[in-house]
Structures are given as structure tokens and as C-alpha cells.
Design a protein around this ligand. Sequence first.
Ligand code: FMN
Length: 172
Amino acid sequence: MKKLNEILGTKYPFIQGGMANIATGEFAAACSNAGALGMIATGGWDGDRLRQEIRRAKELTDKPFGVNLMLMSPYADDIAQIILEEDVKVVTTGAGNPGKYIPAWKEKGIKVIPVVAAAVLAKRLERYGVDAIIAEGTESGGHVGEMTTMALVPQVIDAVSVPVVAAGGIAD
Ligand SMILES: Cc1cc2nc3c(=O)[nH]c(=O)nc-3n(C[C@H](O)[C@H](O)[C@H](O)COP(=O)(O)O)c2cc1C
């Protein structure tokens, strides 16, 4: 199995968490320049704002970075389309099932890494050809489930054969 940094094209096997209104293009570029995968968050932004932020990140880094699609966003369809148009290399998704967007992203060669809070969703998304899964426990405090990270991560690892990234309280 390939290592996460080999899949992402980064120096280190770390993905910066998407954080709505915090993880701008400038923020993501700084993380990518430090050797992780920087992520531009999109919660609350419309498609035009995301386009600006992607272009800003491209000015500031030549390293790979990604975009986090918050599936509860009213602009989710637009954002999914801009990810295709702006040649984004990696997408993570939060707060739901991104299944309807995955075929178009995969066709463009985009790496797709959904955040899940249950092994059953990880299993379902693996069938779409996702590149890895982020298993995020309740310690993250976000829009995830109630299972703790240390209970969730081994369940997801047993359920899928793609790489699994642990999130939720890991750095605390
Ligand atoms: C301030 C803040 C905003 C966040 N916004 C988003 C978001 O827009 N989309 C998303 O998928 N996750 C969001 N998250 C979750 C993070 O991306 C990450 O998955 C989570 O913080 C991991 O848990 P940890 O910080 O305990 O390791 C947010 C987290 C924080 C702290």
C-alpha cells in the first residue's frame, strides 16, 4: 500500500484540517510550503470566493494543496464544480456523503479523501474509488458522530483496504 505522503505528493503524511473562515488560500499555502497538505476550507463561501482563494494559494506555493468541501454548504454544488475547473489536486469532504460528486472528480484525476464518522460510510465510499478515508472521532468537536477516535479508527481500518487517516483529538 502506498504511504499517505506518496499519494498526496507531500513531504510529510499530514493533512491540515479544513477550517471554515480560517483556512484561506494563504493559510493552506503556508501549510503546503511547510511540507504537509494545505487545505482551503469552503464553509460559508460561494464559488467566486473559492476561485479567488485557490488562485491566491497557487501564487504562494508550487506544492500540492487541496480543497475541503463542507457538504452542508448551500454552495456545495458550485464548489464541487469549481474544484473541477480550477485543477485542484486533492479534495476532502466533511459533514455528509459526497458520493454524487465523486465520479466527476475521479474522472479528472483528483484525489478524493472523505471524512467519515462511521465504518459503514467508509465501506460505501470505498466502492466509489476514493483514495483514502479520514476517520474522525467525536473529539474533533465538529459535525461528526459520537464515536471516539480511538474506537472509530480501528473499525474503519478493518472495514476498508484504502489508507485511513486518523483525526479528532490526535494532536491534543
Ligand atoms: C475552527 C474549526 C473549523 C473547522 N471547520 C471545518 C470545515 O469547514 N470543514 C470540515 O470538514 N472540518 C472542519 N473542521 C474540522 C477539522 O478540519 C479537523 O477535521 C478536526 O479539527 C480534526 O480534529 P482535531 O483538531 O481534534 O485533530 C474544523 C475544525 C475547527 C477547529
